[in-house]
Design a protein around this ligand. Sequence first.
Ligand code: FES
Length: 155
Amino acid sequence: MPKMPTVVDGATVRMFSVGEVAERSGVAVSTLHFYESRGLISSIRTAGNQRRYTPGVLRYIAIIKIAQRAGIPLDEIQGALGDYDPMVRVTAAQWKSMATRWRAGLEDRIAQLQRLRNELAGCIGCGCLSLKACPLRNPDDKLAALGPGPHFEDS
Ligand code: FES
């Protein structure tokens, strides 16, 4: 089948089939379909209803894989990629913007995990699991604001 050229952002580009994108990106066809169903990537359809992707989709996939490795939820990835035209290549400046935002979130999560690790260290060998004393059992102690005494009904 001849490759379907199309015009993206004023330039004629060679379009890729889903199999070609899978081969070039190292991502399974089923995963590409999943990404598309979640709005992470997009394609155009041929007259025969086959998907065709611009070369820029490879950068989108690279970004998705990196973000997933960093533990960024798919909704957040979709939100970030949704700022850009899915048919146009993501620029280095756009990637820098996303990476900067995700790095800040990653640093927050690292700080939370370090806090959790330190609190867990205090639990090792304790075993009290006390709502009053254990920071992991009642991390925010929201009911403390209600004053002393029981605030739960036993079930
Ligand atoms: S189990 Fe006692 S402080 Fe967490």
